[in-house]
Design a protein around this ligand. Structure first.
Ligand SMILES: CC(C)(COP(=O)(O)OP(=O)(O)OC[C@H]1O[C@@H](n2cnc3c(N)ncnc32)[C@H](O)[C@@H]1OP(=O)(O)O)[C@@H](O)C(=O)NCCC(=O)NCCS
Length: 235
């Protein structure tokens, strides 16, 4: 299932992935800003506007290591670090979505489904220069959820999303992370508005959207289910 409970197509075997597997590490000899590395082919309207200047929120923190490589943080907030999700996050994502409190509106993932979703996320980062992020608590380094941007071909719109571990609800982390993603999106993408696609009964998510200034744009359908499209215009 995907973020909105829609079933994925069968995942491609890892050996056939059409993009470089791991998220690029920070390459100090590469003059491009971190979010503009790894781009190839013709660029679409939603790609970064100007690759010549580093994004204001991009961090180059090679000293902060994951198990196998440098972590490429792209956004820092008061309490959080955000970095691109990769296929290495598969077990964490399966675990995050296994909680019935979390998956009520966004569905759960088998390992294969999570791998397929993360593969798509990596491809969006590589091809579009933006995508969904793992959200880590600065104080502990714990991965507490995910947030970030997702381009939807079906709607020709870019959505900001948020999903957090239930034990971390009620602290404003989703709002803090999503607000930073919204700011980053308007600073770096040629878009007039961002959407938030929310099931009508998902009141906690609607509260996050409203706290960020989103309002209802239209009712739509996703995976044969009704969905409310909230939107926030470029300030
Ligand atoms: C949607 C979801 C991320 C919202 O989580 P949340 O904890 O309610 O959202 P926040 O982290 O922004 O916290 C906001 C709450 O924390 C409180 N809070 C505490 N400190 C805060 C701070 N510094 N800043 C903002 N809010 C703060 C707010 O008062 C608010 O409480 P309220 O909802 O009673 O008004 C969460 O319910 C979730 O992960 N759901 C499952 C996945 C999902 O449905 N995702 C959305 C798909 S569209």
């Amino acid at each position: 299932m995907n973020d909105h409970g829609v079933r994925h197509r069968a995942p491609q075997p890892l050996s056939k992935r059409r993009f470089p597997g791991p998220t690029p590490t920070v390459d100090r000899n590469d003059p491009r800003p971190p979010l503009n590395r790894g781009r190839r082919g013709p660029q679409k309207p939603h790609d970064l506007v100007d690759g010549s200047r580093p994004p204001p929120n991009s961090l180059d923190l090679p000293g902060m290591q994951s198990h196998t490589r440098s972590i490429r943080y792209v956004i820092e907030t008061e309490r959080l670090f955000l970095r691109p999700l990769t296929v290495d996050d598969v077990d964490t994502i399966v675990d995050l979505h296994a909680d019935p409190r979390v998956n009520q509106f966004v569905g759960s993932y088998t390992r294969a489904e999570a791998l397929a979703r993360l593969t798509t996320i990596e491809r969006q980062w590589n091809e579009r220069g933006h995508g969904q992020c793992a959200v880590e608590l600065k104080s502990t380094g714990e991965l507490i959820g995910r947030s970030g941007l997702r381009y939807w071909d079906e709607f020709d719109e870019t959505e900001v999303g948020w999903t957090f571990r239930a034990e971390h609800w009620g602290h404003g982390y989703a709002t803090e992370a999503a607000r930073a993603c919204v700011d980053w999106g308007f600073a770096h993408l040629p878009i007039d508005y961002l959407t938030a696609m929310i099931r009508p009964a998902n009141l906690a998510s609607i509260r996050v959207a409203e706290r960020l200034g989103f309002s209802v744009r239209r009712d739509d359908v996703l995976g044969n289910e009704p969905i409310t499209i909230f939107a926030l215009n470029r300030p």
